[in-house]
Design a protein around this ligand. Sequence first.
Ligand SMILES: NC(=O)c1ccc[n+]([C@@H]2O[C@H](COP(=O)([O-])OP(=O)(O)OC[C@H]3O[C@@H](n4cnc5c(N)ncnc54)[C@H](O)[C@@H]3O)[C@@H](O)[C@H]2O)c1
Length: 336
Amino acid sequence: MKVLVTGGAGYIGSTICSALEDYGHTPVILDSLVTGREEFTRGRIFYRGDIADAALVERVFREHPDIYATIHCAALIVVPESVEKPYEYYTENVCKSLALFHTLNRLGYGRVVFSSSASIYDVVPGFMVTEESPLKPGSPYARTKYMMEMILKDFCTAYPMKGIALRYFNPIGADPKMRSGIHVKEPSHVLGKLVDTALGKLPCFEITGTTWPTRDGTGIRDYIHVWDLALAHIQAVEQFEQVFERLGGESRYAVINLGTGRGVTVRELVTAFEKVYGKEICKVERPPRPGDVAGAYANADTARRLLGWEARLPIEQGIADALRWGEIRHTILKYD
Ligand SMILES: NC(=O)c1ccc[n+]([C@@H]2O[C@H](COP(=O)([O-])OP(=O)(O)OC[C@H]3O[C@@H](n4cnc5c(N)ncnc54)[C@H](O)[C@@H]3O)[C@@H](O)[C@H]2O)c1
């Protein structure tokens, strides 16, 4: 099947495109390259432009009327930047997604899989969250994700649309075949920073936040291999209608956690990293960054039930793939 992937030139979107191809599907990418990389679109159907450009979206569907569903990954994603630039984040993520959903509905292409985020959860005792756990998005970025979920839900109630919001936990690693991975020059993700420290691009790894009420004081996360994450999207599009049958009733909107179901603290991640890397790295402790929270890990039962999917790759493979990608990425990505 053909699938529109907005943000398909980004880290996760490009991995989803690779997975779609590996499973016999055809991705159609719509990406403005505001942060993404043209290199990840090579050999793929690619429209360079904005998700809010209705004329362009119309053209995409006119030229590919057989698109079955849209996977909407396009967004700005850096938490501290969203604290400094809320106007840009609400405009880029919320206003533009609203415009995209409106166009999709108007054109009659109502199947949407949306990249949401576990950053919208409140911190709960024990740190494990189900889809029904309380929400408390702690940054402008997280609030854009929360608002986009609400918009999609309301559209699915009012219009002939069906939506699946996938709440990603913490993606790590790279495509195991090394077609893509983290692309930003200075990664804001914890594993990207560990890799940069190991490769000598950063002097020391900063453990940000050491007084959270977790087992060792550092933030707890659910690190999921980006390939596992991509495979969940294959299930979401292949099983799109079945998801709603399994939900039962009249429901046209589903929320699904995508995590491993295991919580790992930053210190534990660093230890696993050093084991895979084979050497100790320099580490320093720092206060939390603006917008940081103690964290959460997924209850992954709904994904198993509705998608027939569960994460399979161990954290060590995520680390090993991130390291490999860190070493070879300059051969794929050309920076000015
Ligand atoms: N990476 C994470 O840790 C994480 C965690 C949870 C959720 N998510 C979500 O997953 C999605 C993908 O994240 P990523 O890590 O791949 O980020 P990324 O920055 O690598 O990819 C985002 C892509 O969207 C494109 N884009 C942004 N705004 C656009 C617009 N208006 N029109 C067209 N294209 C636009 C960018 O050019 C980029 O290619 C995002 O929605 C993000 O919120 C990411």
